[in-house]
Design a protein around this ligand. Structure first.
Ligand code: HEC
Length: 104
């Protein structure tokens, strides 16, 4: 009897703790990483222009409809600019942070 609700409950727990719902410390770690790494080139807040003309702020990137957590992860895991190649966990943290800048 108990089994009939046990599995769905376990699945729900898995889903909630998965990448769809980033934990608060991922976001904090992502923010630190963005401030130390990404901010060398990107402004973080939406309103400010990039450190150099032509570089979008991460806030502005987050506002683009096409930007997703996955697209940011894919970008920073690759050789973005001079070979960022972040490991998946760091990429997930920073992507969570970037998406947290989206206003809606
Ligand atoms: C060495 C400078 C540099 C660093 C460091 C850097 N970026 Fe970028 N980034 C750029 C430039 C230049 C562009 C615009 C050209 C382009 O899109 O490749 C850009 C564009 C982007 C874009 C938009 C791509 C698009 O589709 O238009 C995203 C998202 C991004 N960066 C995320 C990040 C994140 C997250 C980090 C930190 C983990 C980071 N960048 C670190 C220079 C940098």
């Amino acid at each position: 009897m108990a089994r009939s609700w046990c599995l769905p409950a376990a699945l729900a727990t898995l889903l909630l703790s998965g990448p769809a719902a980033p934990a608060a410390d991922d976001m904090a770690a992502g923010q630190k990483l963005a401030q130390s790494v990404c901010a060398q080139c990107h402004a973080l807040a939406r309103a400010r222009p990039g450190a150099e003309a032509g570089i979008p702020s991460l806030g502005a990137v987050a506002e683009r409809p096409a930007t997703t957590r996955q697209s940011v992860m894919t970008l920073v895991q690759g050789p973005h600019m001079s070979g960022l190649n972040l490991p998946a966990d760091k990429a997930a943290d920073v992507a969570a942070y970037v998406m947290s800048l989206r206003s809606k």
